[in-house]
Design a binder for this molecule. Structure first.
Ligand SMILES: Cc1cc2nc3c(=O)[nH]c(=O)nc-3n(C[C@H](O)[C@H](O)[C@H](O)COP(=O)(O)O)c2cc1C
Length: 226
């Protein structure tokens, strides 16, 4: 199918149909990062062989499985985090919450490799339980990982990390779980846009044994405000 528009239009009276090479890479990046939203942010701390600590945000990030548990994030090009991981293949995902939004953003500055973002952003380097890189002491939860694999396709480098340990601040724990309101995670939109959690709802998980024998939608679980 040919692209509906030769470049990203300001406004349009037709739907957009476009493949990854039809527009320039930057325009396609803006399109995709506006569609895959909200994204969690992995605030990734690493350490170089020389012992310089690094922390930087990555929103090409998510949990990638649970048995065993994995996370993945992607570096566009070779950045200091990836250089460090090639030397010391361990990292900490510092969970980004609204109270550290500005500091997280500040650590995305292109600091030279021998400068630590911890110092520049006034962050506490706290020892991790199972890996060498430091935790961001101000973060409310930390996921410690060992690099299992790095997949490279041109400028996309996908880092697969196997989770080896998790820490959760007692302040965000309620009724046997992490309470999303107490955690207050940052949701990344496109560009410099962010959001916090809006209205929370629950929708029960459907099972065939309850759905079978019905007309279908009558057994579809309804969203209920929390
Ligand atoms: C919220 C946010 C999310 C980002 N996500 C990514 C990402 O997923 N991949 C990437 O390569 N850069 C991403 N960046 C840009 C990097 O954080 C930036 O290039 C940083 O300098 C990399 O640091 P490093 O060289 O210490 O690894 C993001 C920036 C911000 C503010």
């Amino acid at each position: 199918m040919t692209a509906s528009h030769p470049a990203s239009p300001q406004t349009t009276d037709r739907d957009i149909e476009v493949g990854p090479t039809d527009w320039n890479a930057q325009e396609y990046y803006y399109l995709m990062t506006a569609l895959v939203v909200p994204r969690p942010i992995g605030w990734i701390s690493t350490i170089s062989a020389a012992g310089v600590s690094n922390v930087a945000p990555y929103s090409f990030f998510n949990m990638m499985g649970s048995d065993p548990p994995y996370v993945a994030f992607a570096s566009t090009g070779i950045k200091d985090s990836l250089r460090n991981l090639r030397e010391v293949p361990q990292f900490v995902v510092n969970v980004v919450t609204m109270h550290v939004l500005e500091q997280m953003n500040f650590t995305s500055t292109d600091f030279p490799r021998d400068e630590s973002e911890f110092g520049w952003a006034g962050l506490t380097a706290a020892p991790a339980a199972k890996v060498k890189p430091f935790r961001v002491g101000e973060a409310r939860a930390h996921i410690e990982c060992e690099v299992k694999q790095i997949i490279t396709d041109h400028n996309t480098n996908i880092i697969l990390g196997r989770i080896v340990h998790t820490h959760v601040d007692k302040a965000v724990w309620k009724d046997g779980r992490v309470d999303p309101r107490l955690l207050d995670p940052v949701c990344r939109l496109s560009g410099s846009g962010y959001a916090n959690l809006g209205e929370l709802v629950n929708v029960a998980r459907p099972f065939w044994k309850e759905v079978q024998g019905s007309q279908g939608l009558e057994r579809m679980p309804k969203a209920v405000k929390r």
